[in-house]
Design a protein around this ligand. Structure first.
Ligand code: IMP
Ligand code: MG
Length: 185
């Protein structure tokens, strides 16, 4: 099942390593939110395999909600602009919110989300990201729980896509420059 499909030049994180790390994250989160009822908010769609496996490793009661964003290039705003395309179903005022992301790259998206959610007055707001591409960070994001650091390469799988493909790979792989067209994102 670890055979590489076309375009994947290297498997960066094997599925066994992902499973182990998520079990550790689940323990950390269970301890951090003991005696609370966290609202785990997944950022669609990149979070899906991660949040699905993660919540099963969290041993305390929790609730789940989702939010979906679209970022688009905008010449007037460096780094583009972000818009919410599907908002949360629930009110987060007074709640302990844990935002779950597939990857944080420049930090623009997470930065926008944190500002937007903070304005709704949650009791606490923390970030859990599966992958952290910290070399490209522009906006500083406090990350409370992190799966793995990744190098400055375009990675796919385990929720992460290139043009909506590869999300279903059970591992994280590096996509070839021929497919990405050299650093296009
Ligand atoms: P940001 O630059 O932190 O705002 O990240 C924006 C979005 O770009 C992420 O949520 C991902 O959807 C996408 N992204 C960034 N780096 C990668 C990558 O290596 N593979 C797949 N998607 C990526
Ligand atoms: Mg994408």
């Amino acid at each position: 099942m670890n055979d590489k499909p076309e375009g994947i030049v290297e498997i960066l994180i094997q599925r066994e390593a992902i499973g182990q790390r998520i079990a550790e994250l689940g323990s950390e989160i269970s301890a951090a939110y003991k005696d609370r009822l966290p609202l785990v908010v997944g950022v669609l769609k990149g979070c899906v395999p991660f949040i699905s496996d993660l919540v099963k490793e969290i041993e305390i009661p929790l609730e789940i909600d989702f939010i979906s964003l679209m970022s688009y290039a905008d010449v007037r705003r460096p780094g583009g602009a972000v818009r919410i395309t599907k908002d949360l179903d629930c009110v987060i005022e007074g709640r302990d919110v844990l935002l779950v992301e597939g990857i944080i790259d420049t930090g623009m998206t997470a930065g926008y989300l944190l500002r937007n959610l903070e304005a709704r007055r949650p009791k606490s707001l923390r970030v859990c990201t599966f992958l952290d591409k910290e070399a490209r960070r522009i906006v500083r994001i406090p990350i409370a729980f992190r799966g793995f650091k990744v190098p400055d390469r375009f990675v796919v799988g385990y929720g992460l896509d290139f043009r909506q493909l590869y999300r279903n790979l059970p591992y994280v792989g590096i996509l070839s420059d021929e497919i990405t067209g050299l650093n296009r994102r």
